[in-house]
Design a protein around this ligand. Structure first.
Ligand SMILES: *[C@@H]1O[C@H](CO)[C@@H](O)[C@H](O)[C@H]1NC(C)=O
Ligand SMILES: *[C@@H]1O[C@H](CO)[C@@H](O)[C@H](O)[C@H]1NC(C)=O
Ligand SMILES: [Cu+2]
Length: 394
């Protein structure tokens, strides 16, 4: 039985979902049903009728932050987000100009921290937790240093079969800037399997929407667009030198049309039985399919969006990784009692036999650590309802 494409199995959560979303239930996919289940379970954890294994904190229904999909924000909310990201791009850096000459702004401080930690926070036990902590730090900086009133929005990959015409990338005044200018360029072998991906219709500088003419200062370190486009090299081999250049994008539908569709998102959640399977398949490309983490990054592509180290320099990085975090949250909250505390894997990228990650490992954010929150261990950042966090995804 179908109701506006909304399947019978999800009817049990209908009343609850309706209350939370307060919007028409149209065009729902299998991933939306999983999100509704996750939300319902998160509320049970808050009620105390279900445990996610965390020590209870002050987080409650009255204090909970609600993170929303970018397209679901009002124009005023989008503008508030855009203004505060641009504010961070104007606020002076707190890093040493000798050690990190390319770090000119607080926004750049986030990029430096990611570059510095790349090898320890991808393909490791900490991948999901560290990025959760990192995004929270960004959200906190927007709120505390730039007066942002909202919370970190996310980009639901499955919602836009063609991201170039999505509210995120359509280049309108409430978007995160348009695609790069259309320039002739070739594709590039991408992902860890090096599959040749065709070039999109952008490739040039972003010159429409609020992020038109954005200057990128750090990197590149691992550039991934056609070399003929001549992205200037960084003056330092570590990528921390000052290298001002335009923000480039090659937003494309190659990935959204085949690897990160609603059906792929749902299947990945329902077929991953434990955190090892979940995080490995989330990040590992195979000949048959690009992973979701890769797919989101290279749907934006460009410079520095397609650079494994410098990608946070692309202002929509936070929307993509917001969705990665939401994806984990959805998986965790299908079964909070058994899944929220799962933490497994090594500590060095590319080496699953490296020293095992432990929930007592302290997660570092250096100069972008939220005030008063130094020394947070992994175990405190596994639940979005405990430790420093108190948020849900709607
Ligand atoms: C870079 O990493 C080192 C070692 O992990 C750490 O001590 C340092 O604080 C980090 N610096 C920044 C700016 O992230
Ligand atoms: C961006 O730069 C181009 C060329 O330098 C200029 O023509 C255009 O007006 C600028 N756009 C904005 C929004 O500043
Ligand atoms: Cu990362």
């Amino acid at each position: 039985m179908l109701l506006n494409g909304f399947s019978f199995a999800a009817l049990s959560t209908l009343v609850f979902t309706d209350f939370v979303n307060a919007k028409p239930l149209t065009k729902r996919g299998p991933d939306d049903e999983l999100a509704a289940t996750a939300l319902s379970n998160a509320y049970k954890v808050l009620d105390g009728t279900l445990s996610d294994g965390s020590t209870r904190t002050t987080c409650s229904k009255d204090t909970i932050a609600v993170r929303k999909e970018y397209g679901d924000l009002t124009n005023d909310e989008k503008d508030d987000y855009i203004t505060s990201v641009k504010c961070l791009m104007k606020t002076p850096s707190k890093l040493s100009a000798t050690q990190y000459p390319g770090a000119k702004t607080r926004y750049d401080d986030f990029v430096v921290v990611h570059i510095n930690m790349t090898m320890g926070v991808h393909d490791t036990a900490s991948f999901l937790a560290w990025h959760r902590w990192y995004i929270f730090a960004f959200e906190t900086a927007l709120r505390k240093e730039c007066g942002y009133k909202g919370y970190q929005p996310y980009w639901n990959w499955g919602k836009y079969p063609d991201p170039t015409i999505s509210p995120i990338f359509d280049g309108s005044e409430h978007s995160m800037g348009g695609n790069g200018e259309s320039v002739k360029h070739s594709g590039y072998p991408l992902g860890m399997v090096g599959i040749q991906v065709p070039a999109g219709n952008g490739g040039g500088c972003v010159n429409t929407g609020p992020f038109a003419n954005t200057t990128v200062n750090l990197g590149p370190i691992a550039p991934s667009i056609d070399r003929a486009l001549n992205v200037p090299r960084n003056p330092r081999s570590d990528g921390y030198g000052y290298n001002p250049r335009c923000l480039r994008r090659d937003v494309n539908k190659y990935f959204t049309s085949q690897y990160i569709r609603p059906v792929d998102i749902a299947k990945h959640i329902t077929s991953s039985k434990d955190i090892t399977a979940f995080q490995d398949t989330l990040q590992t490309d195979t000949r048959a399919a690009f992973s979701m983490h890769t797919g989101g990054h290279y749907s934006i592509w460009g410079d520095p969006g397609g650079d494994f180290f410098v990608s946070p320099g692309e202002p929509t990085f936070w929307l993509h990784h917001g969705q990665v975090d939401r994806h984990w949250w959805m998986w965790q909250n299908q079964d909070p009692a058994n899944r929220v505390q799962q933490y497994k894997g090594g500590t060095v990228m590319g080496n699953h036999n490296s020293k095992a990650g432990s929930t007592s490992d302290i997660q570092q954010l250096s100069v972008v650590t939220p005030a008063g929150m130094t020394g947070i261990p992994s175990k405190s950042i596994l639940s979005t309802l405990a430790g420093p966090f108190c948020y849900i995804y709607q």
